[in-house]
Design a protein around this ligand. Structure first.
Ligand SMILES: Cc1ncc(COP(=O)(O)O)c(C=O)c1O
Length: 484
């Protein structure tokens, strides 16, 4: 039977399907037509092979506890071998309901309360959440943006932080969301050698490994035997095949003792078998989904070209960080007309509070542009923009260097012409609770703090008090990134 679901042009209405992206906007007090870029799933139909396998299983009609047979692992192994030239053993496999869950289990299995866990910001925001939510400390060795407009690891800082903070565990995002790097073998080897030298375990989140636009994905654990011994490799068909709702991921832990400890945490969390439909869809995807996957990649690649061209032609001063991998793009708005940023301090917080937040605690909200002061978790949202493609399809880019949870709500409310606004988001309800023109904000701040906003030459832009470092994300700063 041939693949049927290759029409990626059709806009499928996902509303009223309990879809996280669309159906819950209203509940959060957001407009119906919100463009929810913060959710990294695609709006394409999955492969018809997955559809058919699920329907066939559903027709059987009995949905008792299930596990998977050798045919499941054969499908997983085949995919990893064909696409990533990696051949894990079946004994290494531990299945979990999602990768974020696996990250949390790793934190619990391999560290103690109060320990530092190393990440490389900016990175997918649950990395820090699972650390802090489990009573551990986030230690970040920030990536830096090089002259080549690509992000890089700061190895000296990375090693120093390992030593200073007595790090036992670090999270690697490979390829990296949101900066789109496909780490090279050389980079991963430098990274890995440092980890081996200091006995640091590596959780390598490789969920985006099937979206590679330039370079080659390298499985961290596959580089050397020594890396195998310290690694927990997280893979999943969820991004590749757009089946995130199936909650299935395949975690490979070659070392017996590490795997035992991980499994123990799964048991302690009360998990055992997974959803039967997750298993069925994963197997069908990896076994039969090749044609769909290839066509989908070609389509996403076109979307990427569209976004690149749109940014170049329409967004003066916005720099697109070219994604080598992932289906997310990361835009630098700092040089644009749409950018206004401030480093908030106590006066700033008081001022913002007086505008919007009577009765609320500043810790209840977080705002972006990711310029922040060290002690506060409150931020101003810089301006953002939304691009809509032909037929109203969500073929857009969301603004960022704003990197926070609520990006979808922000972008939904602004059109390009309308940028220059400052938004305040209550992250408890994920709603915009205020909107001011950036120029007005800048003027007020200037008067109140005496710091003197520098005019930027843009009538909308209020100018900066101080240039922050967008990489120093902390607190709940989270995902932004557009899906395209
Ligand atoms: C790097 C990364 N890891 C994990 C996830 C989510 O994984 P899961 O849904 O399996 O928990 C995402 C989703 O965007 C991601 O970008």
């Amino acid at each position: 039977m041939a693949e049927r679901n290759l029409d990626f042009d059709s806009v499928i209405d996902r509303r009223n399907t309990d879809c996280l992206k669309y159906d819950f906007a209203k509940q959060y007090g957001l407009p119906e037509d919100v463009l929810p870029f913060w959710v990294a799933d695609m709006d394409f139909k999955a492969s018809s092979y997955i559809e058919d396998a699920l329907v066939a299983r559903a027709r059987h009609g009995v949905f008792g506890y299930s596990d998977c047979g050798a045919h499941y692992f054969e499908a997983v192994r085949g995919w990893l071998k064909r696409h990533h030239n990696w051949e894990p053993q079946e004994a290494w496999l531990v299945k979990t309901p999602g990768i974020v869950f696996a990250l949390a289990m790793a934190v619990k299995a391999y560290t103690q309360q109060g320990d530092g866990v190393l990440i490389q910001s900016p990175v997918y925001y649950p990395f820090s959440e699972v650390i802090t939510d489990n009573g551990r400390r986030v230690v970040s060795s920030n990536l830096y943006l090089g002259e080549d407009n690509r992000y890089h690891m700061d190895f000296a800082d990375f090693e120093q932080k390992i030593v200073d903070e007595q790090i036992k565990l670090c999270f690697l995002c490979n390829p990296h969301n949101p900066v789109g790097r496909v780490w090279t073998k050389e980079e991963l080897t430098t990274f890995g050698d440092i980890c081996v030298k200091h006995n640091v375990l590596v959780v390598s989140d490789e969920i985006h490994h099937d979206f590679i636009w330039s370079g080659t994905h390298t499985v961290f654990a596959g580089i050397k035997k020594e890396y195998e011994a310290i690694s927990i490799t997280c893979t999943s068909p969820s991004k590749t095949f757009n089946i995130a709702g199936m909650q299935i991921s395949n975690i490979f832990i070659p070392d017996n003792a590490l795997r035992r400890r991980f499994r123990h945490e799964l048991g302690a969390a009360g998990t055992s078998q997974l959803s039967v439909m997750g298993l069925v869809s994963c197997e069908a995807a990896y076994r039969d989904g090749e044609e769909w996957y290839q066509a989908m990649c070609a389509y996403v690649k076109e979307n990427l070209a569209f976004a690149r061209q749109y940014v170049a032609q329409n967004l003066a001063g916005v720099t697109m960080i070219e994604p080598e991998g992932t289906y997310l793009i990361w835009l630098d708005f700092r040089g644009s007309l749409y950018h206004a940023s401030f480093v908030p301090g106590p006066e700033f917080n008081a001022l913002v509070k007086s505008w919007y937040l009577d009765g609320l605690d500043s810790e209840d909200f977080i705002m972006g542009d990711v310029y922040f002061d060290e002690d506060s978790q409150s931020y101003v949202v810089g301006a953002s923009g939304v691009l809509k493609g032909a037929n109203g399809a969500v073929r857009g880019v969301a603004a960022a260097d704003v990197y926070l949870d609520s990006i979808s709500h922000i972008v939904s409310n602004i059109q390009i012409e309308d940028t220059g606004g400052i938004f305040l988001v209550d992250t408890r309800t994920d709603t915009i609770i205020g909107h001011k023109d950036a120029a007005v904000v800048g003027k007020k701040l200037s008067e109140q703090t005496g710091q003197g906003a520098k005019p930027s030459g843009n009538p909308h832009c209020a100018g900066r008090f101080k240039s922050g470092n967008p990489l120093q994300i902390k607190g709940r700063a989270g995902r932004a990134c557009a899906q395209f």
